[in-house]
Design a protein around this ligand. Structure first.
Ligand SMILES: Nc1ncnc2c1ncn2[C@@H]1O[C@H](COP(=O)(O)OP(=O)(O)OP(=O)(O)O)[C@@H](O)[C@H]1O
Ligand SMILES: [Mg+2]
Length: 131
């Protein structure tokens, strides 16, 4: 098992750093398509952590933990903020009814649909991808 941690402040520019870090971390593990999928989901969750969790308060931190388990063929990414927590995840059914033209409420639905497992624990959310 391999584990890496990245800590960012709560400004939108930090999302680009997360993108580059994940892109580099995923390079030798999965193909380009899988990599883009994981990055898309993580960008949505990290953006939520910055905006909804930490309310764009720059001093508040977001901790991104990247774990690879070669034996169980899984990549897990946990994103934790300093907010009050995520109330609830959309169900698979709600996610499938996703309206792509909707202004809000797409991020978590995409995450539910595109990950293999998703779990919320207070102000942290973990997505798992089978590789
Ligand atoms: N880290 C978080 N902390 C607290 N609340 C959150 C967090 N992440 C999501 N939420 C809540 O869940 C809701 C749904 O999140 P989701 O990403 O699906 O939609 P959104 O961020 O409102 O819009 P967008 O479609 O642009 O992502 C948010 O509006 C917010 O109320
Ligand atoms: Mg969002």
């Amino acid at each position: 098992m391999k584990k890496k941690v990245m800590v960012i402040h709560s400004s939108i520019e930090e999302i680009d750093r997360v993108y580059k870090w994940l892109d580099k971390s995923l390079r030798d593990l999965v193909d380009e398509e899988m990599s883009q999928k994981i990055i898309l989901v993580c960008q949505e969750i990290a953006t939520n952590a910055i905006i909804h969790g930490n309310r764009l308060l720059n001093r508040k931190l977001v901790i991104v933990t990247f774990t690879v388990n070669i034996t169980s063929k899984e990549i897990r990414i946990k994103i934790k903020d300093e907010g009050d927590g995520i109330e609830k995840l959309p169900s698979k059914e709600e996610a499938l009814n996703l309206c792509y033209l909707e202004e809000d409420g797409r991020g978590l639905k995409l995450a539910v649909l595109m990950s293999d497992k998703i779990e919320v624990d207070g102000n942290s959310i973990e997505v798992t991808f089978n590789i």
